[in-house]
Design a protein around this ligand. Sequence first.
Ligand SMILES: O=C(O)CCC(=O)C(=O)O
Length: 301
Amino acid sequence: MIMSTQNQLFKVLLPSSPCILPLLRSKFRKAFPRRRLTTNNFSTQAITRQLSVEQEQNIIDLETKGHTIVNGLFSTEEIKKMQADYKGIRKTAMSIIDEEPAQPRVWEENGDVTTSQYWLRDDKVILQAGVGRYDLWRGFNTGFFASEALVNNPKLEPILKHCLVDNYGSYRGMILSDPGSSDQYFHRDTDPLENVGSKGKALMAVDDFYFTCLIPVTGDVTPENGPTEFLEGSHRHCSDEFEGLEEAEVCCPLGSAVLFNGKINHRGKGNRSEKDDRAVVYAVYHKEWYNDQFRKGVDQT
Ligand SMILES: O=C(O)CCC(=O)C(=O)O
């Protein structure tokens, strides 16, 4: 779209000599190359920012599959800082889980009743996300996890800007999945946007407004310690149309991240390793109009 505006400006600003125009036009095109993507099922014209080939591929993956790997987000120093801060966070989380009473949680997910539990202490909320899996949802946004490397990561930001356009913000939490943990329940990260039911009909009609980035903390995410499983393409389908969609287990190296559309149906797989304490940060980016400080079945009074 910007390119066509540039073409129009070009016509207005330059003398319309028929022989000079093609030459100038080709110089202009060299300076501002058209960036086209090849994909089957979405308009490529909307991508007008200067993105690397890798970032363009990330955007194509997000549209077609609903998830993508964004490589090389953090330096070795940043990874060290992240791992150091993680140790303190884990200690606090484990003391809450050990010392506070577990509260029951019951809610509906994709048309099914789902049960779990959660723990509260001061500003902190930990949600159980399957046996041996903990979602440090609230109150753990400190140190490296509140730093620019996560809030405004230079590799991630252009992709998010493309997907969310404007007026979006972020927060971060963490998933702990210890050896022996079970598979998580399948879920979308977004609300289905329905007063009754949870199939996602209204959700499908709304522009994308929520993306989650899962960042390995303790080491690579492997098939043994618990990849993230996606129902590919489900970000474009109500749950009564899920049949026939393929499942894909996605691993991720330390220093990179899995980015996905919050509308996609997914879950963390159990940790079958002997001793990998598999932890990932989730950085959520969503439009300001959406409220993610609410979880069904959690008493927040
Ligand atoms: O632990 C995982 O791989 C998935 C976590 C998850 O489902 C989420 O953060 O929404």
